[in-house]
Write a protein that binds this ligand. Sequence first.
Ligand code: DP6
Length: 328
Amino acid sequence: MSVATAVAHPNIALAKYWGKRAGKGNYPAVPSLSVTLAGLSTTTTVRFDAALDADRLVLGGTAVAGEPLARAAALLDRVRASTAGRVSERAEIVTANDFPTASGLASSASGFAALALAAVRAAGVDASLDRVSDLARRSSASAARSVLGGFVELDAGPLDDPSGESRLAARVVAPSDHLDVRVLVCVVTEEAKTVGSTIGMVETAAASPYYASWLDEAPRLFARARAALLARDLEALGEATEKSAFAMHAAALAAGVVYWRPATLVALDAVRALRRSGVGAWATIDAGPHVKVLVAAADAARAAAELGRVTGVLRVIEARPGEGARLA
Ligand code: DP6
């Protein structure tokens, strides 16, 4: 029996990944840039055990079957396949988030990052960050970025790999203390999202008249965000961040993929009001209704107080840049 436990944090994309390369391998169609968050964690234990006759997934104390188990088992299959027959046992995965999944804080990102690290360690195979990030990406591309800490980039996938075998791992662009910022997560509903990101991007690619424009624009917005980050220019980073989110959602909306709720627009309006009142604050939105706001650390308390008063904002979670996945 071999066992390992890992901890990972969610990340928020400043320049969004939305859309996949055709073919196998779960390669993103565009590059993305994110910040890994501290203070919110997923802890995952993987135990390979000859006494088990099937893989098992226990999420927050409850055994889970169906699609979540199938996705986790696919990762375990990849790890088992890399042991040259040494590890063939089924495994139990016990995982828990210390933040509510409905907060839209990308539990798949922290979940697959922690699972990938715990699984390679428990199986005793190559546990380099490159390998772990590539493994996590194959389950959920944003998870590749949660393997690393601070400000992290993930390239678009290769154009010429129909087999899906090439390695694509995230890289650190700058450490967590590079820019003194906070992300304020404005939670606007406690309900789980209706359309997951995997389906949402497939529908966008299939039906949005603006998908080609998104594929064209996203790398430019990524380059702007990356250059602004390296220059420690928060205003330019905030502008590129907001543009990336709006461009992604514009493409999705045109396919009828609507993640926004009325409170999403109210919160977006409040972010603009903050800017008019002189507080640098920029919004981003993932595949869900919540609004995440990038601010300087010095402005976080005031911005959080104002956003917390907005009708429809249920609560505001303040997060700072944090570290990558690690063994517990
Ligand atoms: C809007 O990584 O969840 O959060 O690879 O299909 O699992 P899959 O998608 P996922 O998509 C994340 C989309 C996003 C933007 C981002 O994190 O870059």
